[in-house]
Ligand binder design. Structure first.
Ligand code: ADP
Length: 367
């Protein structure tokens, strides 16, 4: 798929496959086009093939099949240091015996860059990450977050058009990680560089990216902007992986375009929006977000679907109330309510009628 918002693809994977042992494919027929200036994140569980894809783009692994292009040119045969790509990893590996300035200057020196230009570039890269004052420190004299900023500056010192990042914030604590997410996002916007980012942290992916490629089992399950991934998951894996999700199993009883009538396994019938469902009789898992479930369905504009539920437990979480319900045979149905003044409080054991709009119930592939 070519991303038409950005015109010609800057990075393109075409039918790329990778096997390490000549038998199992850890990357299966990967097709991905990334526009110039775009921030694309590869998100997925451990072992889903994200790092392998990044390593093939960087040139540290070769594709078993298919083509990778950078700015229109095939790069399968181009060695890593000739690809003009900046890289940041979790283990930033700064040279401990060198100062910050020397760490940044060294790779430029190896390439034979004159001293004046090196100094200008090092200073500029350090200023980008607000670390100019630390030019004479050694890595051991810096905090984890500061070291990671230096690693970022080192990736930027070449003026690369493309920067690859593999879990660069994985070693930082939560607060610092969130702060750095904004810094990276702002740097991306300021510099207009293209970023390909790998993480297993959905919050990180949703915060920073223009588009997210959700990986599972060596394949992209869905490639979309963050809001679309959450609002319109195309399959049950994505619905379950991104955010919280209720899943009810059933069978398609009627199908009319996108409108489906689903017979739940406990016998109830619900209306749902069919997503990649081809025919009636097909098994399905209906996905409903907890915050789209309404506790007082009679207050909803017409068209709401209502269903009997029993409250199993209610958890007070400050801004929201979280209730676990028994719905259509499932004991793990979650509903989230804003904690507004005058909210009628639910209690365990209570029978209630809950509701949702049919467009918020998505009939997806069976789990
Ligand atoms: P992710 O980044 O999503 O965690 P990886 O790309 O690291 O996934 O790994 C995908 C699969 O390839 C895993 O099953 C992993 O064990 C395997 N793998 C990764 N690197 C190598 C390697 N150098 N040699 C053999 N197998 C590997």
């Amino acid at each position: 798929m070519l991303d038409d918002r950005h015109g010609e693809a800057f990075v393109a994977f075409e039918h790329v496959q990778k096997s390490y042992d000549g038998q199992t494919l850890v990357v299966k027929d990967l097709n991905l086009s990334i526009g110039k200036g775009e921030f694309v994140t590869m998100l997925g569980p451990s072992g889903s093939g994200k790092t392998t894809c990044l390593m093939m783009l960087a040139g540290f692994e070769t594709a078993t099949h298919g083509e990778i292009r950078l700015d229109g040119k095939p790069i399968n045969q181009v060695p890593p240091h000739k690809r003009g790509i900046g890289m940041v990893f979790q283990n930033y590996a700064l040279f401990p015996h060198m100062t910050v300035g020397e760490n940044l200057s060294f790779p430029l020196e190896v390439r034979g860059m004159p001293r004046d230009e090196r100094e200008t570039r090092v200073k500029r890269a350090l200023d980008m990450v607000q670390m100019g004052k630390f030019i004479n420190r050694r890595p051991a004299q810096l905090s984890g977050g500061q070291q990671q900023r230096i690693a970022l500056a080192r990736a930027l010192v070449f003026d690369p058009q493309l920067v690859l990042m593999d879990e660069p914030l994985g070693a930082l604590d939560k607060q610092l990680r969130e702060h750095m997410q904004f810094e990276i996002k702002h740097l991306h916007e300021q510099l207009g560089i293209t970023v390909v980012y790998v993480t297993h942290d959905q919050g990180e992916a949703l915060t920073m990216s223009d588009r997210v490629a959700v990986f599972n089992d060596g394949r992209i399950q869905q490639l979309a902007p963050p809001a679309e991934l959450y609002e319109r998951p195309q399959n049950s894996f994505v619905a379950g992986f991104i955010g919280e999700n209720n899943a009810l199993a059933g069978t398609i009883e009627q199908l009319d375009g996108e409108k489906a009538l689903v017979r739940l396994d406990d016998g109830g019938l619900i209306d749902a929006t069919a997503v990649n469902i081809r025919e009636k009789g097909q098994r399905t898992t209906v996905s409903i977000r907890p915050e789209r479930v309404e506790f007082k369905p009679e207050m909803m504009p017409h068209g709401a679907h209502t269903i009997e539920a029993q409250v199993i437990e209610v958890i007070y979480m400050g801004d929201i109330l979280r209730a676990r319900l028994r719905v259509a045979g499932s004991e793990n149905f979650v509903m989230k309510m804003r904690n507004t003044i005058g909210q009628t409080h639910l209690h365990a054991g209570q029978s209630v009628r809950i509701g949702w709009h049919p467009e918020d119930a998505r009939a997806l592939d069976p789990v």
